[in-house]
Design a protein around this ligand. Sequence first.
Ligand code: DGL
Length: 255
Amino acid sequence: MNQSGDYIGVFDSGLGGISVLRELQKLMPQERFLYYGDSANAPYGTRSTDCVRQLTLNAAEKIIAQGIKALVIACNTATAAAITLLREKYPELIVIGIEPALKPAADLFPKGRIGVMATEVTLREEKFDTLLHRFDADATILKISAPGVVELVEAGKGDSSEMKELLSQLLAPYSGKLDALVLGCTHYPLVRSAIGEILGSSVTLLDGGEGTARETLRRLTQAGLLHCGPGEIRWENSTGSEEMLALSKRLLNQQ
Ligand code: DGL
């Protein structure tokens, strides 16, 4: 492995961060990415905050040891629980964390009805409360937890009837009640079309992937750390399983 710190590390509890990797690669095709999914420990979103912190720090250590110039936390749950700690521990490193795209939703619908679908950890963390209170004076914001969705994506069942049934059940109470739905977990954009079919075209779906990619480009440009190509993706998964790597590549290329 290249030790010169040429890679951009991209981390998620599992395969969800691939939705962010897509945006990063679209914006910076000339970059080298090291994608690390901690699928052996997914889901993070139902764990204690301390546990998510520890798992995130462990994974970050493994990624950083390989020589990276920036670390993208492509996991809303890990950002909510551990981004402050990571920045304290690695003050020299560019560390970017994804957050639910509540601001873009509130900009589009300032007095609207906005759902935020995210993991239990994200929705209960103080970081999210702070974000919510920036916008809830005008907009009506509904917290929607979605147990089971991450597990099905990890099992390669993103496109299954099981997934469609689960999403229909979870979203049924919000039918006709939302202007926008924020996909506040990086696994959810991987099932965006199923969510869109259930809610209908009148509901705008938003996620933080593109904003995170733009912020990464901005920080790398500012630091003079952009790579001139050729681009590359290096895949790692804590399960060590070849099937997981094959599924990762399929998800990256899926429309
Ligand atoms: N993909 C992660 C996120 O963005 C969470 C998935 C999990 O629960 O592990 O929040």
